[in-house]
Write a new protein. Structure first.
Length: 432
């Protein structure tokens, strides 16, 4: 483990970017999964660092401050650190917030390696009582599960809990966070489920292919190796500081006193993918959730981009003729929608983003830009052209469109009507 430390020289932004496959298009947010830091944990619709760099390169002036209200895996903030831009990030999901913070923290690799040795020495002796640790977790979390299904085989769950216990005993809080993230990054691989476009499903033949405690040791060591390699090598951050706010962007934004040259974010798309639900395993297994109420309250704080949790509907205050037409069209096909909540959810989605855009506009420097990556949705035959609606809402907030660019065609999910191509766009707004 320590041998890594005398390895490659410390490297900088260009190396960070060169980790990406050279044939990648530079203007989408796809394909950066194996790059340094990105590989720690895969978040759906995560930016690539090259994309962040491209957006910054198109600004009229190099920014010195940048705000991302929907941090996800932290790509905006991390790229900004390497480019010498002060990053501020907000993220609701506490595991993802820890992932972001672990990436933005500069570690002493020798101290990290020493803690890895401590975990190796203590983990076998950690006594665990799964029934007590996971008293309120969903019954399918581990074997024997419920209804003949379980997400973790029992030996795997026990070993993971031992690692969790060993990490909890580390004295250094930042390193505890890093090792928690490392453990979290192994969980899907160690489980009996996979995450696909729409959610979680059991792997084919999971009952036959049982995973072992040894698989936990191997996965933890591999994830640790990657993380140590990245934190040891990519150390030259031109701006090592960061601001991270945990919680709901709609309320936390109001607490920010700074101004921003660039606001860059990608909110969840109005396609009924609930990030808090999909990335729920990490939350339960690592102890971020300890009751069903915790879970509901976290899910209630998510942007209203899905109908899985029922909430009051509302419409944005700023006029959008396109949105009015979409909601009317959805009402007309109400009997063909898979949920009666969909028209209300669409209006509410834009009401939430209006709140976010208003708060961001108030904190924009005079020549600043708000850049958003958004994806269209389709319900029955009705397409929701998200960027166009946001551009109209922006006008009501005193913002004008600087750039509207198609990034890639997206395939609609089966629930959204299958085959049809929808667009994912970059919308850049500036003060009118
Ligand atoms: C599309 S992802 C962002 C991906 C990010 N650009 C990246 O590069 O990884 C959207 C994120 O918004 C977060 N989110 C959802 N509702 C939120 C809210 N109300 N406040 C803050 N973050 C929220 C989700 O947890 C998810 O991580």
């Amino acid at each position: 483990m320590l041998m890594r430390l005398s390895g490659p020289a410390e490297l900088d932004l260009s190396t960070f970017l060169s980790q990406l496959k050279p044939d990648l298009p530079t203007s989408t947010n796809q394909g950066a999964g194996d790059a340094a830091f990105q590989r720690w944990f895969r978040v759906k619709e995560a930016f690539s660092p090259l994309f962040v760099r491209d957006v910054i390169a198109h600004l009229p002036h190099p920014p010195s401050t940048c705000l991302d209200c929907f941090g996800g895996s932290g790509t905006t903030a991390l790229t900004c650190q390497f480019m010498g831009i002060a990053p501020t990030t907000i993220e609701l999901n506490p595991f993802l917030a820890d992932l972001i913070e672990a990436k933005l923290t500069s570690f002493d690799p020798r101290a990290v390696a020493a803690d890895r040795l401590t975990i190796g020495r203590t983990v076998d002796a950690i006594e665990i009582d799964l029934a007590a640790i996971y008293a309120n977790a969903p019954p399918t979390l581990y074997e024997p599960g419920a209804g003949g299904r379980w997400i973790f085989d029992i030996d795997v769950m026990k070993r993971i809990a031992q690692y969790r216990g060993a990490i909890a005993e580390l004295a250094n809080e930042r390193q505890r966070r890093l090792f928690t993230v490392i453990l979290g990054s192994t969980l899907i691989h160690l489980s009996n489920v996979v995450i696909n476009g729409k959610g979680r499903r059991y792997r084919g033949g999971w009952q036959r292919n049982r995973r072992t405690a040894r698989a936990v040791d191997v996965a933890f060591e591999a994830a640790y190796d990657n993380a140590l390699f990245d934190v040891s090598r990519l150390t030259r951050r031109a701006h090592p500081g960061y601001t991270l706010l945990r919680g709901d962007a709609r309320s936390r934004l109001t607490e920010l006193n700074g101004t921003y040259d660039l606001v860059l974010f990608s909110p969840p798309y109005p396609n009924s993918f609930d990030y808090t639900d999909i990335y729920n395993l990490e939350l339960w297994v690592l102890g971020y959730l300890s009751s069903g109420e915790d879970n509901v309250s976290l899910r209630r704080s998510t942007l209203r981009s899905h109908v899985q949790i029922k909430r009051e509907a509302s419409m944005p205050a700023s006029p959008s003729p396109t949105l009015a037409g979409v909601v009317t069209a959805l009402d007309e096909v109400a009997d063909r929608l898979w949920s009666r909540q969909i028209p209300g959810m669409i209006g509410s989605y834009f009401a939430d983003l209006e709140v976010v855009m208003r708060e961001c506009a108030q904190r924009l420097t005079p020549d600043g830009r708000i850049a958003m990556v958004v994806g269209d949705s389709r319900y029955a035959d009705v397409v929701v052209p998200v960027a166009r609606v946001l551009a109209e809402i922006g006008e009501g907030l005193g913002l004008t469109t600087d750039r509207l660019q198609v990034l890639r065609p997206m395939r609609a999910s089966a629930q959204q009507g299958g085959e049809h191509l929808l667009s994912e766009d970059l919308l850049v707004l500036k003060s009118a």
